[in-house]
Design a protein around this ligand. Structure first.
Ligand code: X8Z
Ligand code: ZN
Length: 606
């Protein structure tokens, strides 16, 4: 949807970017329109409005006020209306005489929306306002621990990460979810309107539109996901079993019943999506751990927010990528402002479809955010790599690719790398590797079912299988089914817990992150090979490998110009997404977890 849009910005953006109506594009395509002329005009027009819409969204996300909301809604409305207009026209054109590239552009025009607006101008305007309002409710959300101590989402997340007091955790967990209650009717209205827009474009509902973006029939995509999940599920189940057992030791079986889903407030994260922050709680005392605490190391070495970003940039330049432009440093948001409301959830933007790349992030000086910075810069590096593609190809091969690139680099934050940049003096011995792998699995493996369930919920909402009357109950059924976790306090349909997760009010599709967690191990394994690395795969760092950088760049600069299997093959030699690389990476840990679970006589499952 915008310059930064399709994946990152889609957040509030997309939603914001809503519809258009009367100011139709300069030339109306019809049956007689030359498809080539149509494509050229649509591409030029969308390139231009995406820039305006992106700037309006940037300003709104950095200064949330009534006025910026109105301007962002209006820009979003125009963007979406034009995108809907071109999508419906594209569907009427005869593509038979076109080149493969032109046919691909036509296909992209047909599916290039997240929340399509209905034709009625009043509905289109309303859809735009809903997106802005939902994004604003999330961005402005605060929970007051005491009347004069109101905390923002990043501050509350810090408590979720560090507190070991179940009562405090429960209070913060439930408190943050209060911000989502008012979203419920707005979200429901948004679903109805966007479904009308999707149906007008020939999709059964918005979910089908979302599933149509993967270079395969929409109906095949869920099967692909099921196949990937089946591959990695045994590893997740072993980790779940182990963590529940250890948490039971820590908090007692009354707090963590051993035959039930894990209470969601004890996993070190507001959404129980990544569990790395409870490493010390669940790692056995006699296991040599990673040997360092990244948060502590950053503090000891005087890393502030800027230095953290500079260090991450160095990783990319060490692989041969050009330094970030000066405007990145002057225009990005790195530190949470104290004097105004902003959307703190980290995002990466490309404001001019070329080199005006930026991140927007309320950086906390800890290991987790050091990794997130690499994630965000991965987006920016991708955006810049495909800047010479035609506008409609300025995106990743599929949305999972965009989310995977920075994470490949984060996987390279190994002890050897930390030694190389002077954060540690000695590389921990090989016996520490199980600790390292456990730390990684708590983030990467724990995430998998979370990455999958969010859109399982949304797809069912869009299809009508889940209705407003059971939004919350259905959410917790899926949380239990996929993740094996449960709410720590009673929930009801007065709650709207999906809205307390950024990507729901921001309308960012979430399956991309599941895909990214699979793909990043495929990319990492292939690039380590390209770098000539030999040794245990989890110790490989791509730091300093220009060979790996060049290989990666061949894929990045393709953008969306080829179907994703070709882009995948450019790095890995294979056209298949597969969980095998992830399983290889964690193989020693999987064995260790099974042994531990067996020795403790644990009954796994929930
Ligand atoms: O939203 C993000 C990024 C921005 S694209 C920070 N992530 C997901 C999340 O936080 O829920 C990265 C991992 C999953
Ligand atoms: Zn991202």
């Amino acid at each position: 949807m915008t310059p930064m849009p399709k994946w990152a910005l889609s957040a509030l953006a997309v939603a914001l970017l809503s519809a258009c109506q009367s100011d139709a594009p300069a030339s109306e395509a019809d049956q007689k329109t030359d498809p080539r002329t149509f494509i050229a005009e649509a591409e030029a027009d969308m390139a231009q409005i995406s820039e305006t819409a992106g700037r309006a969204q940037w300003i709104y996300a950095n200064f949330i006020t009534e006025d910026t909301a109105a301007l962002a809604s209006e820009a979003g409305r125009i963007y979406t209306e034009k995108a809907v207009h071109y999508a419906s026209q594209a569907a009427t054109l005869d593509a038979s005489g076109l080149s493969a590239e032109e046919q691909r552009k036509l296909d992209i025009l047909k599916r290039n929306l997240t929340l399509p607006a209905p034709a009625d101008p009043a509905k289109s305007q309303r859809l735009a306002e809903l997106g802005t309002e939902l994004g604003g409710l999330y961005g402005k959300g605060r929970f007051c621990l005491e009347p004069d101590n109101c905390l923002s989402q990043p501050q509350l997340s810090s408590i979720m990460a560090s507190s070991r007091d179940p009562e405090e955790l429960e209070r913060v967990w439930a408190g943050w979810r209060e911000i989502a209650k008012p979203m419920r009717p707005l979200f429901s209205e948004q679903v109805q309107l966007a479904n009308q827009g999707a149906q007008a474009l020939g999709y059964a509902n918005v979910g089908e539109l979302w599933r149509s973006k993967y270079d395969m029939p929409a109906a095949d995509f869920p099967k692909q996901l099921d196949g990937l999940w089946d591959e990695v599920k045994p590893l997740y189940e072993a980790l779940h079993c182990y963590v529940r057992g250890e948490l039971g030791e820590q908090y007692g079986a009354e707090v963590v019943p051993q035959d039930q889903p894990i209470p969601a407030h004890l996993l070190g994260n507001m959404w129980a999506q990544q569990w790395g922050e409870i490493y010390e709680l669940v790692a056995p005392a006699d296991l040599p751990g990673p040997g360092y605490d990244l948060t502590a190391l950053l503090a000891e070495h005087g890393y502030d927010e800027i230095k953290m970003v500079e260090q991450a940039e160095t990783f990319f330049t060490s692989m041969g990528f050009a330094p970030l432009p000066d405007t990145f440093w002057t225009r990005s948001l790195f530190v949470e402002p104290q004097d105004r409301d902003v959307v703190c959830h980290a995002s990466a933007w490309d404001l001019d479809n070329r080199e005006d790349i930026r991140i927007k992030m309320c950086i906390r000086k800890n290991g987790e955010d050091f990794r997130v910075i690499h994630h965000e810069l991965g987006h920016n590096i991708y955006q810049r790599a495909y800047m010479d593609q035609p506008f409609l190809f300025k995106d990743s091969a599929n949305d999972g690719f965009h989310e995977a690139i920075g994470d490949v680099i984060s996987l390279s934050i190994t002890p050897n790398y930390l030694k190389e940049i002077g954060l540690i003096d000695d590389v921990p011995p090989a016996e520490s590797d199980i600790g390292l792998l456990l730390r990684q699995a708590l983030d990467k493996v724990a995430f998998l079912p979370f990455g999958l369930m969010i859109d399982q919920w949304r797809w069912q909402v869009f299809s009508g299988e889940i209705t407003e009357a059971n939004y919350n109950a259905a959410w917790w059924e899926l949380r239990q089914q996929y993740q094996g976790i449960q709410a720590p306090v009673a929930r009801s349909e007065a709650d709207f817990d999906p809205g307390a997760k950024y990507h729901v009010p921001a309308s960012v599709p979430y399956t991309r992150y599941f895909l990214a967690h699979i793909l990043q191990f495929q990319f990492y394994q292939a690039l380590c090979e390209e770098a000539g690395y030999q040794g245990p795969i989890h110790r490989c760092s791509l730091y300093g490998s220009e060979e790996a950088g060049a290989k990666l760049n061949t894929m990045l600069e393709m953008g969306l110009s080829q179907p994703w299997p070709q882009a995948l093959a450019a790095v890995t030699g294979s056209e298949q997404m597969s969980g095998q690389a992830l399983l290889n990476y964690f193989a020693p840990l999987h064995q260790w977890l099974d042994t531990q679970n067996q020795a403790a006589g644990r009954q796994c499952g929930w």
